[in-house]
Every structure is written in structure tokens, then in C-alpha cells.
Write a protein that binds this ligand. Structure first.
Ligand SMILES: Cc1ncc(COP(=O)(O)O)c(C=O)c1O
Length: 397
């Protein structure tokens, strides 16, 4: 695999120019994506299911590509609009909500849905429930609408972003589902991305990992006590995200993991546990103005020495202010004095930088979920050429 050297970006520059592209695009390097898909598959233990975190790969063609190459029919969605989007895109897929949704949003979605969609929303979507109160709201709605909903319970295994810890609330919720004609338990979810981010001080990460496993195991035991061992073993036991799926070497605790970001590896995912994964997405945007020196607005009218231009070069980008860091040409920096701009971002380049007007500048996203949605086109780079133009999904919330 070509390393992220100057020659890599020069080749990409040429490929974009050959494809006639001259405005900001998001680039996905498909060869690097393939390496990442292979790395993910190699890291999953036998029998471990893989659920694609759709919000982190928000592009129809990309989701289809990943689903085909990982042979999964499981998606994680994050709002009702995304649920509908993904049902249209992959009508056979099963979805698990990655966050709890107000019951009113569910009501609104169901009321506007065709008979076919109503059936999919009942059978193929697992609605995440974090509290007994929300469960009661869902139960009341499902009863009044005469429908059955698949429920997945969010378990707090240490992230403390919500969900239930093992104990009385979980027990009441499990019993509530067990006794309901309108709710069916589909599984439990215990998300724990903090486990690989804690500082390695005096065994802290190890204890946190053991603690997360203990909490999830207790939640599973409570489930087994009410629904039976077989049910608890075979239901969805979802854990992990990109930073943590590599922690699972068997399916005793989790029987599926969810991940998305690792496959394109934005810089927030530069973690030792993802060392086999390659950065596979970049922003390419033209430098629309390049000038010698760094002139700050109005500075020539300031007192004496302050008014002198600083050394270096000034580059104005087509667009800017993305969640991303410049990576090529080398040495480009944001100017804290000039400030940020989404329209024409100013960067400062070293004095000897060879960048010219209309050359592409490359930035590496820090995250994928927001950044991918900011571009009209995703240019697919493979074998030294732009092979396809994909389109990001319409924004949902
Ligand atoms: C519930 C849940 N699971 C898994 C993930 C992992 O997503 P990614 O692999 O893109 O970090 C997320 C991300 O926010 C999440 O909220």
C-alpha cells in the first residue's frame, strides 16, 4: 500500500485533475478501505456478527460496498429519518437504533408510513430504550396503535452516557417487556468506547474493562432469569465501537460488534488498537489564492513594526473550517490571528512551499460522520485513478 507520502498526494492530485474535478470533494481511497475491511474481518472472532454504524459511513454506495464485503445485514441507525433512509436503501437489513428516540418521533414516523413500512418498522428495527419511563411511553404507544415493537435495552457498562445499570430498573423493564403483548425483547446494547482511551495508570483500563464485562454479564443474567438462558444467549448482545471491537476475542459476552469509523479511519481513531487500519478518507480542495508573505487585515495601519508582513506564504482555500487537519502540502497551518472561514479559509504555508493557485490541498478529517455530509461528491480513488463518484446521504437528524 502506498504510504501517505508526497508522491501519494501528487498521484491523487493528478487523478482528481484527470477526472475534471476542481472544487472541494471528499476522497475515499478504496484500496485502503479494502485493507481496513480485511483488517476488521481478521480481528473478529468466529461467530461474531458485525453491525455497520451507518452514521459514520454516511453514503449509500459506501454502505452497500461495506455490507457486500463484510456480508452483513445489520445496520446501526441514529434517528427516525435515518431509519427510513436505510430501509429504502437496504430493505432487507435489520437496524438497531444507537440512541433512544422520543416516542413522539416514532409515532410521527409510523403515522406517515405505508403498510409495508409499518411492518418493517415493527419487524426489522430494534428501538433502543434507556429508562423505565421511556419503556412505559413506548408500551403505551404500541398498545394504542395496535402494533408490536422490537426493544433493545441500553445498558450502562461504564460510559455513563445513559442506559440502565443492572438492578431494579432493569428488572422492572425486563418484566415489563416480558408481560407486554406489544413489546418484544430483541437484545441488549452495552457501548464502551472509553475502554481504550483511559490513561494506563495503575491498571485503570484493565479494571474498567473487567467492570464493563461484569456489568454486561449481570444484565445478561437478569435477562436469562426472566426470559431463559437460551433466549439470552441467542438475542442480540451488542457491544463495542471502532475503538473497542478489537478487545473481543470470543462471543461469550457480545455476539455482535458495531463499528463504522475505523473503515475510513479519521484522525480521532489514531489509536494503538487500530494500528492495522489506514487513513482512507481525505478532503481535497483547491488553493484559490496563493501569495508571498502573511498579511493580516489592517495591520499596515497599525503602529510601526507591527505592520510588517510575516514570512511564509498565504493560501486561501475553496471552502474550509471543516473538522479536519491539513496534511499535504506539508507545513500548512491555520492562522490563529486571521481566524477560520467556511468560505475561504486562510492557511499559512512555509516560505519555500511550491503550492500554486488551483493545486489541491489535502486535509484529513478528524471524524467522518459530520465531514462526509459536507461535500456534494465523494470521489473514489483506486489504482491511481478516480474510478467512481459517490454521493453522501442527505443530512438527517
Ligand atoms: C451506540 C454506538 N455504537 C457504536 C458506535 C461506534 O461507531 P464508530 O465505529 O463509528 O466509532 C457508536 C458511535 O457513536 C455508537 O453511538
Amino acid at each position: 500500500m502506498t504510504p501517505l507520502s508526497a508522491s501519494y498526494f501528487q498521484q491523487l492530485q493528478q487523478a482528481l485533475a484527470n477526472a475534471g474535478l476542481a472544487e472541494p470533494v471528499l476522497v475515499i481511497d478504496r484500496d485502503r478501505l479494502d485493507t481496513n475491511i480485511a483488517a476488521l474481518k481478521a480481528m473478529l472472532p468466529t461467530g461474531m456478527g458485525y453491525r455497520i454504524v451507518a452514521k459514520s459511513l454516511p453514503c449509500a454506495e459506501l454502505l452497500e460496498y461495506v455490507a457486500a464485503h463484510t456480508e452483513t445485514h445489520r445496520l446501526m441507525s441514529f434517528n427516525t429519518n435515518m431509519v427510513m433512509q436505510l430501509l429504502a436503501l437496504m430493505p432487507e437489513a435489520n437496524q438497531l437504533l444507537g440512541k433512544p428516540i422520543p416516542v413522539q418521533a416514532l409515532r410521527r414516523t409510523l403515522e406517515g408510513a405505508s403498510a409495508q413500512l409499518r411492518s418493517q418498522l415493527q419487524n426489522q428495527v430494534q428501538w433502543l430504550i434507556d429508562t423505565p419511563t421511556r419503556l412505559a411511553e413506548y408500551a403505551e404507544f404500541a398498545e394504542s396503535a395496535g402494533i408490536q415493537l422490537q426493544i433493545n435495552l441500553e445498558i450502562d457498562v461504564g460510559l455513563h452516557r445513559g442506559g440502565m445499570e443492572p438492578g431494579a430498573d432493569l428488572e422492572a423493564s425486563l418484566n415489563g417487556i416480558h408481560q407486554s403483548d406489544n413489546l418484544a425483547l430483541a437484545g441488549l446494547m452495552g457501548y464502551e468506547p472509553h475502554l481504550t482511551k483511559l490513561p494506563n495508570i495503575a491498571g485503570w483500563p484493565k479494571r474498567a474493562k473487567q467492570g464493563a464485562a461484569r456489568q454486561f454479564q449481570l444484565a445478561l443474567s437478569q435477562t436469562a432469569a426472566i426470559f431463559g438462558q437460551d433466549f439470552a444467549r441467542n438475542m442480540v448482545r451488542n457491544m463495542a465501537g471502532s475503538p473497542t471491537f478489537g478487545l473481543y476475542s470470543d462471543t461469550l459476552l457480545a455476539n455482535e460488534i458495531a463499528a463504522g469509523s475505523a473503515l475510513v479511519k479519521p484522525s480521532d481513531f489514531d489509536l494503538p488498537i487500530l494500528k492495522e487500519f489506514l487513513p482512507a478518507s481525505f478532503i481535497a480542495t483547491p488553493a484559490i489564492k496563493v501569495s508571498k508573505g502573511v498579511r493580516l487585515p489592517g495591520l499596515e495601519y497599525a503602529n510601526r513594526a507591527l505592520g510588517k508582513p510575516q514570512s511564509g506564504k498565504t493560501v486561501f482555500l475553496h471552502g474550509g473550517y471543516w473538522k479536519a487537519e491539513p496534511v499535504y502540502p506539508g507545513g500548512l497551518k491555520n492562522s490563529s490571528l486571521f481566524g477560520r472561514s467556511s468560505n475561504q479559509e486562510m492557511l499559512v504555508a512555509p516560505k519555500n512551499a511550491s503550492i500554486k493557485v488551483d493545486d489541491f490541498v489535502f486535509l484529513r478529517p478528524t471524524q467522518s460522520e459530520a465531514v462526509f455530509l459536507q461535500f456534494p461528491i465523494i470521489a473514489v480513488f483506486s489504482g491511481g485513478h478516480i474510478t467512481d463518484l459517490w454521493t453522501p446521504l442527505p443530512v438527517t437528524a
